[in-house]
Design a protein around this ligand. Structure first.
Ligand SMILES: NC(=O)C1=CN([C@@H]2O[C@H](COP(=O)(O)OP(=O)(O)OC[C@H]3O[C@@H](n4cnc5c(N)ncnc54)[C@H](O)[C@@H]3O)[C@@H](O)[C@H]2O)C=CC1
Ligand SMILES: O=C(O)C1=N[C@H](C(=O)O)C[C@H](O)C1
Length: 252
């Protein structure tokens, strides 16, 4: 019988962590060796021989958690938000000193969301106007969502590379926030509504037509196949991968 992959979850009592603990517990070939909360020491990861850690915590904790994992040769699959360019650059530098360790930073583990972002990036250069609306449960602590940030960044990059001019917008006066947050020039609007889980609409418009790319996560089960794919793959992918699309063949 082949050996079980030893997996630990950080943020194990949160919304995502609870679902991930159950998914890993029930997954073939994996053994859940630790399920840690905010007050548990990270040394447990080493004591329990974790080979992969899944970080589902909060933006203020995730960087230190991942740094600890990498420094101890533990691969990391990270769903937590807050990984801006400076944090990613520092992590890439750390990984250069630990070339056998892999880290996946996945703003969204839901396959449909990964595809929606991919399609939005592909479509971005063909339309005059693009805007993003992300809609989440009111317990979410960050805005805009990590998914919306990444989607906007990829769309803005595609438009810049294609030489698309700034979207038309005659707004001269507006209340603060009325046009959303500008992410690389793309307006991103954040809705927090009881009853929602995680949803996003990318709006693309040109004279006479509009395309809407919408994805809905109705519950946290939507994220679990991506979490398990990340856990199974990260050991064979040394270095830093941003986005679950890095583990998928979306062009094939
Ligand atoms: N990549 C993806 O597909 C998804 C990512 N997320 C992200 O995952 C993160 C967690 O989301 P939720 O589960 O909804 O939040 P949550 O607030 O329900 O859970 C976070 C948990 O982490 C714990 N925690 C905080 N610091 C910790 C530390 N240093 N060590 C261990 N545990 C710690 C908290 O006590 C809490 O139980 C957020 O950043 C969210 O945006 C959420 C859903 C999907
Ligand atoms: O906090 C959440 O719930 C989610 N967070 C991630 C994000 O910020 O994009 C992924 C998903 O949207 C759910």
């Amino acid at each position: 019988m082949s050996e079980m992959l030893k997996v630990a979850v950080l943020g194990a009592r949160g919304r995502m962590g609870t679902a991930a603990v159950a998914a890993i517990d029930g997954a073939a070939g994996m053994e859940l060796v630790a399920a840690l909360g905010r007050k548990d020491p990270l040394d447990v990861l080493v004591d329990k021989g974790a080979q992969v850690v899944v970080d589902l915590t909060v933006p203020g904790s995730t960087e230190a958690n991942v740094r600890f994992a990498v420094e101890h040769g533990i691969h990391a699959v990270v769903g937590t938000t807050g990984w801006d360019a400076a944090r990613l650059a520092a992590l890439a530098e750390l990984l250069a000193a630990h070339p056998e360790t892999g880290v996946l930073i996945a703003p969204n583990f839901a396959l449909g969301s990964v595809l929606a972002t991919h399609f939005a990036a592909r479509a971005a250069k063909y339309f005059e106007s693009v805007e993003i609306i992300e809609l989440h449960h009111p317990g979410k602590v960050d805005a805009p969502s990590g998914t919306a940030l990444r989607t906007a960044q990829l769309m803005a990059k595609a438009r810049a590379e294609a030489g698309v001019p700034a979207a038309p917008d005659a707004t001269e006066t507006a209340l603060d926030g009325a046009r959303g947050a500008s992410v690389d020039g793309i307006p991103v609007h954040s809705v927090r509504l009881a009853g929602l889980v995680a949803h996003q609409e990318v709006l693309l418009g040109s004279p006479g037509e509009a395309l809407t790319i919408r994805h809905d996560s109705f519950n946290h089960a939507s994220f679990m196949p991506g979490v398990l794919l990340g856990v199974r793959s990260v050991g064979a992918r040394p270095g830093l991968t941003v986005g679950l699309d890095g583990y998928l063949d979306l062009e094939g």
